[in-house]
Design a protein around this ligand. Sequence first.
Ligand code: FAD
Ligand code: SF4
Length: 537
Amino acid sequence: MRTEHATVRSQRFPTLRVRGAVRNLAIVLGDQLDPHAAALTGLDASTDAVLMMEVAGESTHVPSHKQRTTLFLAAMRHFAIELQRRGFRVQYVPLDDPANTHSLRGEIRRAAKTLKPAALRCTRPGEWRVQRAVDAAAAATGLPLHTLPDRHFLVSDMEFAGWMAERKQPVMEHFYRWQRRRLGILVEPNGAPAGGQWNYDRQNRGSFRRAPQVPQPYAPRTDAITHEVLALVERRFARNPGHLARFRWPVTRVQARQALDDFIRNRLPHFGTYQDAMWSGQPFLYHSLLSPALNLKLLDPRACIAAACAAYESAAAPLNCVEGFVRQIIGWREFIHGIYWHAGPGYEARNELDQHGSLPEFYWTGQTDMVCLRECIGQVLQYGYGHHIQRLMVTGNFALLAGVAPRQISDWYLGMYVDAVDWVTLPNTLGMAMHADGGVVGTKPYVASGRYIARMSNYCATCRFDPAQRTGSAACPFTMFYWDFLIRNRRRFRGNRRMRMIMRHVDRLADDERGTVIAQARERRREFGIQCPAAPS
Ligand code: FAD
Ligand code: SF4
């Protein structure tokens, strides 16, 4: 561990160019930083080569947080050096190469022209758009392209399709139990779940009464290569959102492993219990912060599971916390990945609730008097990070309730979080947060009033709004929009078994109360600059 860190710290990023003939050219994208990936397996160092490209188009097709761009470029540069050390020949196109065309398509064509390979190969990209770009570039070169499966995930497309074929509705809990059984994770020899339960959700909804004392999470030292990238991004993407001062993400596989070990040792023992809690000024709490390393493939999900289960077996972490973490990795993460590829490229256009509002300006600045949104957006600007409940029940919940168009908010998530890659961002945003897929990811919309936020955080204590009020000048906008949402979508959700109780409540409201909520919500939307009101039901 120490060796790599020490070597890289003193080194700037070198020019990496391939000389001589090339037979196979393996394209490695920014979220494919695994030396054991399919595209790299079996390459012959003497005749084959690797192509890596930094293209501005990937940081601008949605406005990308400066830390997100920094993370990708710094990790790519470290990985290129690692590949070279492993004996690979690497053609690396840096962002400031004067000949850089700044599109994947342009760079693949340019490399094909210079290196004249006989064939191209690539591990399946993490996004339909990128897959199309690589396919189009290959077609333009006239070279054969071999797209190989992404072995990072525990479930293949075929296995997921098989699981889906047996179901009318894909329910994550069923998928998760199927995974536990087939992978033998936290399962007794007789097939029963460890501890007698498949989930410990009831124990995992804790909140804090006072500010928690959480150990500072591991943050790697910034070496010369990352410093170079930080300066480059600040210069090149000065107008992009987000701040760079607190960049803290692992950019090598060694650092990613250290981040995992730090989580297992210091935060896993409380992870499950407080996984839904929020607290002002505490962006990380007991969360793992591993999604950026996992999604760039610096870290293998199998290593995460093995480390968490070992902590359980040695009694270093309780079962509710270990199970909670295992569920996120082999359950949610794999389920979301399966849904993305199963749903196909048309998924991104879905807007089942017919919402067309624009994203309020404060999503880019954090300047709002709603404390919860100020805190959650503020930390995204500082770190490119928010934990799950902040994404789902604060920034996502608000967008859904206020009537924002799904594509506007999903582009915001895609650009603003350091761990964002389309396969994971899109189903989480469009499906889970916005219910825009009509119930593929979640059987009911994840909506809640300000009371939920008051229960799970201390945000409301210093807010000028009152989470218990749905109308009037002090009414919490979440609470007001929550009732407005239910009223507007009354017919649509009346038949939903999981919403029956709350819909009865809506039915019991007097007509003039419903009218007041709708009128005041419309006015509030206007104040927030949500220009196009949500379509009436
Ligand atoms: P922890 O809370 O420590 O969880 C452990 C790991 O479980 C995470 O690192 C992640 O790999 C995995 N995980 C947990 N929930 C999910 C999930 N729903 N989908 C996929 N993986 C999950 N996750 C991303 O990795 N990238 C995204 O772009 C992304 N966008 C999201 C957008 C919305 C609207 C929502 C509601 C969720 C999104 N998520 C996304 C899922 C989840 O919020 C993040 O994975 C998690 O907050 C990352 O922080 P962490 O590593 O500290 O996670
Ligand atoms: Fe957010 Fe409403 Fe609480 Fe204010 S009162 S912090 S707006 S939930």
